[in-house]
Design a protein around this ligand. Structure first.
Ligand code: HEC
Ligand code: HEC
Length: 362
């Protein structure tokens, strides 16, 4: 309905209407030549997030100290919601705030101090036809004094634009650090993401022995992680080609399947190298297969650990799997990331939750 009215208004009053989404084009900035006037009123825009690069985590001199409060003009946010694209005329402002206190009644942390700078980026084919993506970057921060500059000229492409082009997730904008924009991307003009009860980022921490913990999909790991293909892989014995393997079984120190029963560990190169280098966190793809034997020395199942991301995240970054049969893929003790029963014991020793003595005893 609203859009129709805008169209009519455009027709009647001859407002520039070349926007394909049918929105009236409202511009929130003024450019003269290559100079942008300092944006005002942006604290009434949509707040996007606050990436934080404290000086004391950056050798005392963060490139952009310290809190970065990012705002986007409301019209661009609305069109981003509808189309998932940045419109001609998008402006994002980044207001820099120092770290004030590092302790408060709520605990230790980083608390905002004073406003110390202002940066902005605009997407404008009209004014910057030659910049990659038509994005131009500006700083109103005045290193000499506390007064912001009233105008700023666009930086050279390599000063700002190139890093954004190479690293930002969505057309030069770092949406990977802005959940507000991720939640809004292309969901429809009338949907209000903040009213949804859904919290995408909250990883489910599953029950102690939940055999159906979440398993990441689409990862290209050396060991397949889907239930049937993993079981087939184990049955095939393909892991025996790993160069780093125990020469013989050893009595398990853990309940695999029972303390004292024999086990034998095989490691792929990623985990063997990482252990040899004594790394704190093993890399994505680090994979371990442990053969488990019964009291007659016959193979009776397998336990598997595969790192599915570089960060351990309290054990959620490991895929856990244990099966207590060599013929029945359903005889699962556990499968998936975040199996607390496995994590709770593995985190009590070893390096990044790997507990087998390394280098191997045999
Ligand atoms: C080495 C990489 C790099 C360079 C160079 C760089 N930026 Fe950024 N910029 C980032 C990252 C990462 C973010 C998001 C996280 C943050 O703010 O720390 C960001 C965010 C921004 C934002 C918020 C909107 C957005 O696109 O996410 C603005 C505005 C911005 N930068 C301006 C500038 C300006 C002005 C320059 C040049 C003086 C510049 N940047 C140079 C990496 C860079
Ligand atoms: C009560 C403690 C305990 C629990 C619970 C436990 N483990 Fe272990 N696990 C160990 C110990 C100790 C080792 C060291 C090797 C050995 O002697 O068996 C080990 C070794 C392993 C290994 C060989 C790699 C390594 O870390 O050394 C894998 C794979 C493994 N466990 C998987 C699992 C899985 C999957 C679960 C959950 C289903 C699990 N573990 C639950 C104690 C435990």
């Amino acid at each position: 309905m609203k859009k129709v009215i805008v169209f009519i208004m455009c027709g009647l009053f001859l407002v520039s209407c070349n926007n394909s989404s049918g929105y009236e084009e409202v511009t929130y900035f003024t450019v003269n030549g290559d100079e942008l006037q300092r944006p005002t009123d942006y604290r009434k825009w949509v707040f996007v997030g606050t990436p934080t690069t404290p000086n004391d985590m950056n050798n005392g001199e963060a490139a952009f100290p310290e809190f970065h409060n990012v705002y986007i003009d409301p019209q661009s946010y609305q069109e981003w919601k509808e189309t998932g694209k940045w419109r001609e005329g998008t402006i994002l402002v980044k207001e820099l705030v120092s770290v004030g206190s590092k302790a408060a009644a709520s605990g230790n942390g980083y608390f905002m101090g004073d406003f110390i700078g202002l940066e902005a980026t605009i997407k404008s084919k009209k004014h910057f036809p030659d910049e990659p993506g038509n994005w131009a970057y500006f700083s109103f921060t005045n290193p000499e004094g506390k007064e912001l500059k009233n105008t700023a000229s666009a930086f050279g492409t390599n000063d700002c634009n190139a890093c954004h082009a190479a690293n930002a997730k969505d057309d030069f904008v770092f949406t990977q650090y802005y959940p507000v924009l991720r939640a809004a991307k292309g969901i429809g003009a009338d949907v209000i993401p903040e009213n949804s009860g859904k919290r995408e980022g909250t990883k489910k921490v599953v029950g102690v022995w939940d055999p159906a913990a979440p398993t990441p999909e689409g990862l290209d790991t050396e060991i397949p992680l889907a239930k049937e293909s993993l079981f087939a892989y184990l049955q095939s014995g393909a892991y025996k080609k790993f160069k780093t393997q125990e020469k013989e079984m050893h009595p398990s120190q853990g309940p695999h399947t029972q303390i004292g029963l024999p086990v034998r560990v095989f490691m792929n190169d990623a985990i063997a190298t990482s252990l040899a280098e004594n790394r704190d966190e093993h890399p994505l793809g680090a994979s371990i297969v442990k053969e488990m034997f019964n009291d007659k020395g016959e193979l009776a199942g397998w336990a598997v650990m595969v790192k599915t991301q570089d960060e351990t995240e309290k054990g959620l970054g490991w895929f856990w799997y244990e099966v207590t049969s060599t013929t029945d893929s359903n005889a699962l003790a556990a499968m998936g990331n975040g199996v607390q029963g496995c994590i709770s014991c593995h985190h009590t020793g070893g390096r990044d939750l790997v507990r087998t003595q390394f280098p191997f005893n045999n």
